[in-house]
Design a protein around this ligand. Structure first.
Ligand code: AMP
Length: 209
């Protein structure tokens, strides 16, 4: 099963990706996670992308596409994957088709006001990378593994607003997947469990095809 999760930052894509990957035993390929890992390890790639991420801008396509291509070439992605945060524009969507055959592009959708509210409470687990929220923590720790949590640099309100403005998913990406007959949209206003039920209905149809 080769899935793309689309949607604005903070809509819960990462959370849904984690649940799907756990349930269907698929690798979670998140461009944001790859970039953050490289930034925190001060790699050449990390140094190249840090200023874009800090400003809430997109990393240039030539860098991002190469990273995804490399990652999807790994043996663990052969049977399938959940791609989270890529593509974010039409050139990326077209490039992806050259090295992967996507079964479904699922948009996890949420209004801007709710995104800002959610992101101000978002935390990341330092130990297992789980994207979580202050409302879900257990004794201030990650509800999944008990690890310490931290706030993402780019979840500060001014950067969130910049990301929403600069990273609005272009309509042409949606149109591209609609035309291919593989687009689906799920409103993420409910709890993560209820949202997953809706996502899972879509996934079950792919499995039974
Ligand atoms: P995310 O965790 O998906 O919100 O990504 C964090 C940051 O990484 C974004 O704000 C962008 O700066 C960068 N990024 C992630 N995915 C992409 C992409 N597909 N194209 C360009 N930049 C990206």
């Amino acid at each position: 099963m080769k899935i793309v999760l689309l949607g604005p930052p903070g809509s819960g894509k990462g959370t849904q990706a984690n649940i799907i990957c756990e349930k269907y035993n698929l690798p979670h390929v998140s461009t944001g996670d790859i970039f953050r890992y490289n930034i925190s390890n001060n790699t050449t790639l990390g140094k190249k992308v840090k200023s874009y991420i800090d400003a809430g801008s997109l990393v240039p396509d030539e860098v991002t596409i190469e990273i995804v291509k490399d990652r999807l070439n790994n043996a663990d992605c052969k049977k399938g994957f959940v791609l989270d945060g890529f593509p974010r524009n039409l050139p990326q969507a077209k490039a992806l088709d050259e090295f992967a055959s996507i079964d479904k592009a699922i948009m996890i959708d949420l209004a801007d006001d709710e995104i800002i509210r959610r992101l101000s409470g978002r935390r990341m687990c330092k130990k297992c990378g789980n994207p979580t929220h202050i409302d879900w923590l257990v004794d201030g720790k990650c509800e999944k593994c008990g690890g310490e949590v931290t706030t993402r640099e780019d979840d500060r309100e001014e950067v969130v607003r910049a990301r929403l403005e600069k990273q609005k998913l272009p309509q042409d990406v949606i149109d591209y997947y609609v035309k291919k007959g593989i687009f689906a949209k799920v409103k993420a206003t409910d709890t993560k469990e209820k949202t997953f039920e809706k996502v899972n209905e879509i996934l079950k149809k792919i499995k039974s095809n």
